[in-house]
Ligand binder design. Structure first.
Ligand code: URA
Ligand code: CA
Length: 433
């Protein structure tokens, strides 16, 4: 088999076989196939698209290129959740204990990564003593006992995807639905998920700004998951503003605790209940989505979800008293106000820009080795649809420096206003099964 022939076949609109895709991904991973040939293939795929069979084959070839996490020692259906883009993914912190509290095993491997804030792992480390490095046996035992454990990424997952993603980044081939879908799904499947709930964001702050594009990506991922025997569904949710109020590591932990107490922001709570209901349903812990939702709502009301969070923290070495007293979390030195410079209704808050502002304060990593400041971030005091008067507080900045003029400017630029009352977007646009 020759890569040259495969490129020509795809260029001319042909369908690659599983064997051909395996040849290509193995060869690319081990260096037999050079970047220039893979670049040409990526461009051919970009223009010619892929059938569902090809997408499944590509995904599974990338899974096979590295380690695969074996969760078979954990009983029950392991359901994973993934959100595409979005700023400050507080949902994972809430969903893990919430769905665990109704019996769904949550065996979560999470990254630090680069971004506006740290990853779930960094956020958990703002809890004193919390240990994210667990050996495999301890991890499995904790999920069996408590239904939830979160561990830092280890091993060499999907090296083919890492290499291909980096190549796509410099060859204008990132923005291809089959390539994005297989990239994301390969990572979920390699992490051991039996079933997957996807949260595909759409709007000004999302990767897929357009609803139709978001639906197409969701359908592509659902097609791959189901084609690979991992029951998969996708929720399409709004990202025309950040979710919740907090963007920052310890600030998001605080917001997660409030939400588990039933006192969280309305949109964040609703999205967690929606995603959580699908997770509970896919894990066979409820007969319908409605029943699943009722179970989650009563777990919040009864305090059981919060208890699960405490048990989870304690069993990973953390101090659970933080749940009753969140003031123990890292706190920034100063709070500063960004006030509105005009009157009107908030019509849009570009999530990426708010994320950037948090990152400028030190909440995120700019390079792999940079340190993050767990205490800093921003709290949105006004969200889409709210009316503000000139001089009223829009955002509260939590900082460890006094001069934050550039951050304030960034935040002001992220907000748009209108004179007329704003019709709010729905939070959930669609569910793709
Ligand atoms: N996120 C991924 O993990 N892969 C892509 O290709 C795009 C976004
Ligand atoms: Ca958030």
């Amino acid at each position: 088999m020759r890569m040259l022939d495969l490129i020509a076949k795809k260029r001319d609109g042909g369908e690659l076989t599983e064997e051909e895709i395996n040849f290509m991904i193995e060869g690319y991973t081990n260096g037999d196939i050079p970047d220039y040939q893979m670049s040409a293939m990526a461009m051919a795929l970009y223009f010619q698209d892929m059938t569902t069979e090809e997408r499944v084959a590509l995904t599974m070839a990338m899974v096979a290129s590295g380690d695969e996490i074996d969760l078979s020692a954990i009983s029950g259906i392991k359901v994973d959740k993934h959100s595409t883009g979005g700023v400050g993914d507080t949902t994972t912190l809430i969903l893990a204990p919430l769905v665990a509290s109704v019996g769904v095993p949550v065996a979560k491997m999470s990254g630090r990564g680069l971004g506006h804030t740290g990853g779930t792992i960094d956020k958990l480390e703002s809890i004193s003593g919390f240990e994210v490095e667990l050996d495999g046996d301890t991890f499995n035992r904790l999920v069996n006992e408590n239904k939830v454990a979160v561990v830092g990424q280890s091993g060499n997952l999907t090296p083919a995807d890492k290499k291909l993603y980096a190549l796509r980044d410099v060859t204008a081939t990132v923005n291809s639905i089959p390539l994005i879908a297989s990239s994301i799904m390969s990572k979920k499947i390699a992490s051991g998920a039996d079933a997957i709930v996807l949260d595909v964001k759409t709007g000004s702050g999302a990767f897929m700004k357009d609803l139709e594009d978001a639906k197409a990506l969701a359908k592509a991922m659902v097609g791959i998951g189901n084609g690979a025997n991992r029951h998969t569904i996708a929720v399409i949710s709004d990202m025309n503003q950040p979710l919740g109020h907090a963007i920052g590591n310890a600030l998001e932990v605080k917001e997660a605790i409030a939400t588990l107490k039933g006192k969280g922001p309305e949109d964040l709570t609703e999205l967690c209940l929606t995603l959580g209901s699908h997770m509970v349903h896919l894990a066979n812990k409820a007969n319908s989505i409605e029943e699943a939702r009722e179970k989650l709502e009563s777990a919040i009301e009864s305090g059981h979800a919060l208890e699960t969070f405490k048990t989870f923290i304690q069993s990973q070495g953390g101090d659970p008293s933080v749940v009753d007293d969140p003031s123990q979390l890292p706190t920034a030195r100063v709070k500063l106000t960004v006030d509105a410079q005009q009157e009107g209704y908030v019509s849009d808050i570009v999530a990426d820009e708010i994320g950037m502002a948090a990152s400028m304060l030190g909440a995120g990593r700019l390079t792999k080795d940079s340190e993050i400041d767990l205490s800093v971030g921003v709290i949105l005091k006004k969200k889409v649809g709210d009316f503000v008067k000139t001089g009223e507080e829009l955002v509260e900045i939590h900082a460890n420096t006094d001069t934050v003029e550039d951050v304030k400017e960034k935040i002001r630029a992220a907000y748009s206003f209108t004179k007329q009352p704003v019709e709010k977007n729905p939070l959930i646009y669609d569910v793709i099964e």
